[in-house]
Design a protein around this ligand. Structure first.
Ligand code: SF4
Length: 363
């Protein structure tokens, strides 16, 4: 499955290249050109090799191969779905919560996900990286705000930077006394695992701050032998890993796939962290589930895997109001009939089988 076809030796960026490699139907060319004019395309050889071209519903293809459905935008969709702009005091910085900032260094990625919440901001044709002046201004902002404990490097994908540049940036951030944590959000360990080399790992380690890496993967097939080796290099160097996944209609919206994904993360020493409900990014409605479906899947997961394998199901509230855990909830107050039967007034709690139990109030 993971052997790379020589035809796929380079990242595929054009609809015609996808068609040539059998990853998209030729009759879609005109529509896919229209999609490509609006949203970036990149499919690395490693990702292309995971796609079964004979499966029209391949879950990896669904994440990376453009679709004509992306040309349809719903009224609720928004080019800035999680409100980054509302909370950006200087270029490159999003300061939504007091103790942490997002630091968006680059606007390019190894691959372009079809559901990306920053799809209007990333890709060729957008500014590829912060200018040196904007970078200095962002560092000055972090230095001036003593409440900032954590800096989250995101993007685009910060691991698209060279190890040398990344080492400079890590050193600049770690030199700020009040910053204790630097977290990097990345797709690189699964999409371009060869980039995780010893130089890259060395660049991520700094003396005066603790580095965490959040690995984005959505399907267990993405955790290939090479991806696992890349993650192992990071963990073996003492860098803790957490996961980020997006719940995707037709991509991972079944309990068996989510179970396998979470188990694979834990096997790779990646603690499952977030399962994101799909954001209201333009042209992504075909990839979103309902929240009720997401909650049902989380219930199923609770019965299948240990707490170690449980991510938190979260929604970024549109408009920039931050993340909220969106359940499901297991605790409520007893219904009147249950109270009559048991005389309990405390709590009603549902176990992983769906059975209801009453928990007494504190006397
Ligand atoms: S890697 Fe992240 S920022 Fe880049 S396209 Fe995918 S979701 Fe968007």
């Amino acid at each position: 499955m993971n052997r790379i076809d020589p035809k796929l030796a380079a990242t595929l960026r054009q609809p015609a290249e996808l068609i040539d490699c059998g990853l998209a139907p030729a009759f879609d060319l005109a529509d896919l050109e229209r999609v490509a004019a609006r949203y970036a395309i990149a499919v690395t050889p490693e990702i292309a090799a995971l796609i079964d071209p004979d499966d029209p519903r391949d879950p990896i293809a669904r994440q990376f191969i453009p679709s004509v459905a992306e040309l349809a935008t719903e009224p609720s969709e928004n080019p800035d779905p999680i409100g980054d702009h509302t909370h950006s005091p200087v270029a490159g910085i999003v300061h939504r919560y007091p103790d942490r900032v997002l630091f968006k260094l680059v606007h390019v990625c190894a691959v372009y996900c079809r559901f990306c919440f920053r799809r209007e901001m990333v890709g060729p044709g957008k500014a590829t990286a912060l200018s040196q002046a904007a970078y200095r201004c962002a560092i000055d902002y972090i230095r001036a705000h003593k409440e900032i404990w954590e800096v989250i490097l995101t993007g685009g994908d910060p691991l698209m930077l060279s190890p040398r540049r990344l080492a400079e940036i890590m050193a600049d951030i770690a030199a700020i006394d009040h910053v204790k944590i630097v977290r990097l959000h990345t797709r690189v360990p699964v999409a371009a695992p060869a980039r995780i080399c010893r130089e890259m790992v060395a660049a991520l380690r700094v003396e005066d701050a603790t580095t965490w890496v959040a690995v984005h993967a959505n399907h267990p097939r993405e955790l290939t032998v090479e991806a696992r080796a890349a993650c192992a290099l990071l963990v073996d160097a003492g860098i803790p890993l957490v996961s980020q996944s997006v719940l995707l209609r037709g991509g991972n919206d079944d309990a068996t796939t989510l179970e396998a994904l979470m188990r694979a993360f834990v096997e790779c020493r990646i603690k499952p962290y977030y399962l994101h409900h799909g954001d209201l990014a333009p042209g992504t409605a075909h990839l979103r589930t309902t929240i009720a479906q997401g909650q049902e899947l989380m219930r199923a997961l609770r019965g299948r895997v240990s707490g170690l394998c449980q991510p938190e199901y979260v929604l970024d509230i549109p408009g920039g109001h931050g993340k909220a855990p969106i359940g499901p909830t297991y605790l409520s107050h007893p219904r009147s009939r249950e109270r009559e039967l048991s005389s309990e007034t405390g709590y009603r709690i549902v176990d992983y089988c769906g059975d209801v139990h009453l928990y007494p109030p504190k006397p």
